[in-house]
Design a protein around this ligand. Structure first.
Ligand SMILES: O=C(O)CCC(=O)C(=O)O
Ligand SMILES: [Fe+2]
Length: 277
């Protein structure tokens, strides 16, 4: 993997020399790949997790699925829906908390949005095979706050969402479909359908592969027809955006609470504390 180093300085900090003024980011991508990500709104990473690392994530998610079996039962019972979406994963298993600073993702996030970023959420999506396309998603985007018309000083929300697939995407599990460039369409809403759109691209990666998207890229997940499909969704935004509204409050005795007691400035920032003045 070709890498390059980015040097950032945060201007006008209160105390020159303070931690967080200078950042060196070893970016796990080429300049061409970053440009392509900016233009199309997505970037594919094959084999991000392999062997034991992949198995560890699968095991952690399988354990969580067992513990939250009521959510699973409800998802299987519903004939139409997105599937089972467990939330707040970093509070629920060390295997997920360990990914807080996973550089192959975080370095790209920082190359696209600057060094001051936070985790918006880490959730999973598990879909189960069933007749009649029971688990699929309509076209959607993730930052649903854009007004029409767009006023001159509107803060356009940027977000990098990283989909990590723990099973192969294929005919049986269902690929993910995107419309390249649609993250820049600020004056249009996604149609609330499951139908193909002009210019769409279907992406299939093998287990352990990832797809990074701008949070407002138009996308949909194809139906899971014949085999269970597991994936993780990491979302990162600038530090000054709020966490995802989905899934309610994190568990009070979650792992991140203990972790925060000894966390350094960067870790606190990634978990949503500080990072701006
Ligand atoms: O399952 C996928 O491939 C994408 C899921 C998705 O878009 C979502 O949960 O927001
Ligand atoms: Fe989505």
């Amino acid at each position: 993997m070709e890498q390059h180093t980015l040097h950032y300085e945060i201007l006008n900090v209160f105390h020159p020399g303070e931690t967080g003024q200078y950042w060196d980011v070893d970016v796990h991508a080429t300049l061409e790949e970053l440009q392509q990500f900016a233009d199309t709104g997505y970037l594919i990473r094959e084999e991000l997790f392999q062997g034991e690392a992949l198995q560890k994530l699968r095991d952690a998610l399988d354990r969580l699925e067992e513990r939250e079996s009521e959510g699973r039962a409800a998802a299987i019972a519903s004939k139409q829906g997105w599937g089972f979406i467990p939330r707040h994963l970093m509070d629920k298993d060390e295997a997920f908390l360990e990914l807080l600073k996973f550089q192959p993702i975080l370095s790209i996030v920082r190359a696209m949005m600057g060094p001051l970023v936070r985790l918006r959420g880490l959730s999973a999506r598990i879909t189960y095979p069933g007749d009649d396309r029971q688990h699929q998603t309509p076209w959607h985007q993730h930052m649903r706050v854009v007004p029409n018309p767009v006023p001159p000083w509107f803060s356009r929300p940027h977000c990098v969402d990283c989909f990590i697939y723990l099973d192969d995407l294929n005919e049986d599990t269902g690929g993910v479909v995107v419309v390249p460039g649609s993250h820049d369409w600020l004056d249009k809403a996604t149609p609330s359908t499951y139908e193909p759109l002009d210019g769409e691209v279907e992406i299939r990666v093998k287990a352990g592969g990832a797809v990074l998207i701008h949070g407002n890229l138009w996308h949909r997940a194809l139906p899971t027809l014949r085999a269970k499909r597991r994936m993780l969704i990491f979302g990162y935004t600038p530090t000054w955006l709020r966490r995802s509204p989905h899934g309610g409050k994190p568990p009070e005795d979650g792992l991140t609470q203990t972790f925060l007691k000894d966390a350094d400035m960067e870790e606190r920032m990634l978990l949503g504390i500080g990072g701006y003045t």
